[in-house]
Design a binder for this molecule. Structure first.
Ligand code: NAD
Length: 366
């Protein structure tokens, strides 16, 4: 560990195997303790959200940032966005006190990396927080202004919808979802928009959310059937779409599934890689989450194109998720291993051979 002090900030360099750079920033005057992890930049500078979260210890924050940064390397490699894997976490206090000074101090930390890492919205950080952070750095995407990519959720939902269509074609030889029963767990920002795409595609919706008001609204607007958070995991359906939280695909839940496809937006759906194999053994086709939920990332990456953000370009790029996930399904069938393992294999290949490497440096149109 090496510690330096710059701009009234202590910077501690952690040496971690397989990671290019892991830095901890402490600015006591502004209440900042944060980590930035850069896992891999073979395909381009690292890009990943900033999480604002209360951790019990710095070790837990470090573990989280490492896991998230590595995940971004694979997600970006598969999404072909020409960015590397990075992520940051700001350690919140118990009351989640978030001041403009703290956000600006974090932005100065990002700025010290001079563009090696680009930050964005994540859990606990809002679009308006990004506006404050912009005062301290230009290496930031997703700020709400007229040149930015805007709300990522419709784009994420569209990518998930592409994944669902590909899975439908693989399983039933048709892209038509007319009359298919789709059970959506979580109808928040992404789930509710996915529900709309599915409704207009003719699917019969079954929904569940801990927010009953949301459920009632969507049930009314889209003729959906509401079930409890427990029932959604055992309900008879054609497609189960997890759009709430991670770890939902595990050895306890999977044996009770009565679906043929699992495809949803939630991050880290598999509790372990063995759970991917378990789904396969049960004949359930799983569309890997980090492949089909990359629409928001693809959209925000369109902001750093030299010609500026284009929504139609974002849509075209997200449509490619269909082919991408189809290749994964085909390879999984040929090799007899889980779709998740195949997606990781493809990510490893791309990172090793630098397939999809960015050729034009990012441009910031703030
Ligand atoms: P959100 O918080 O807006 O929605 C999540 C919904 O799930 C909420 O309505 C919540 O009440 C509900 N929920 C929580 N626990 C539940 C349970 N046990 N049963 C049923 N419902 C439950 O979040 P979001 O932005 O819609 O994201 C959903 C998932 O997709 C998250 O895992 C997120 O990390 C992932 N994701 C989101 C985006 C994006 O663009 N927003 C991009 C990639 C991945």
């Amino acid at each position: 560990m090496k510690t330096t002090c710059t701009h009234n900030m202590d910077v501690i360099e952690h040496e971690i195997d397989e990671y290019e750079k892991v830095l901890e920033f402490i600015d006591s005057d502004h209440g900042l303790r944060a980590f930035i992890a850069i896992h891999n930049t073979r395909l381009g500078v690292a890009l990943g959200g900033t999480r604002f979260f209360h951790y019990d210890s710095a070790d837990k924050a470090l573990t989280d940032v490492l896991r998230l940064a590595k995940g971004m390397s694979y997600k970006s490699a598969l999404a072909e966005v020409g960015t590397g894997g990075g992520k940051s976490v700001i350690m919140a206090d118990k009351n989640h006190t978030k001041t403009p000074d703290l956000l600006r101090a974090f932005a100065r930390a990002v700025n010290l990396l001079q563009g090696e890492y680009i930050c964005a919205e994540d859990v606990g950080i809002t679009a308006s927080d990004l506006t404050v952070m912009r005062e301290g750095t230009q290496y930031i995407v997703g700020i709400p202004h007229l040149k930015s990519s805007g709300n990522p959720s419709p784009f994420t939902a569209f990518g998930v919808f592409m994944g669902l269509l590909a899975a439908s074609f693989k399983k039933w030889n048709t892209r038509s979802l007319k009359g298919k029963k789709v059970a959506i767990q979580g109808v928040g920002s992404v789930g509710r928009i996915l529900a709309e795409y599915l409704f207009f595609a003719g699917a019969d919706l079954i929904i569940s959310d801990i927010n009953q008001e949301l459920c009632r609204e969507i049930a009314h607007r889209m003729g959906a059937t509401i079930v409890s958070p427990q029932e959604i995991l055992t309900v008879e359906c054609d497609i189960f779409s997890p759009c709430a939280m991670g770890g939902i695909l595990n050895s306890k839940t999977i044996p009770n599934f009565k679906c043929e496809i699992v495809a949803g937006a939630a991050n880290n759906q598999l509790l372990s890689s063995e759970d991917g194999a378990l789904l396969q053994q049960m004949g359930i086709l799983y569309a890997p989450d980090f492949v089909i939920n990359a629409g928001g990332l693809i959209n925000v990456c369109c902001e750093i194109e030299p010609e500026g953000y284009s929504a139609t370009l974002a849509r075209e790029r997200i449509e490619l998720i269909y082919e991408r996930v189809m290749e994964i399904f085909d390879r999984s069938e040929q090799q007899g291993c889980s779709t998740n393992d195949v997606a990781i294999q493809i990510g490893d290949e791309r990172l090793k051979k630098k397939i999809g490497k960015r050729t034009i440096p990012p441009v910031f149109h703030h």
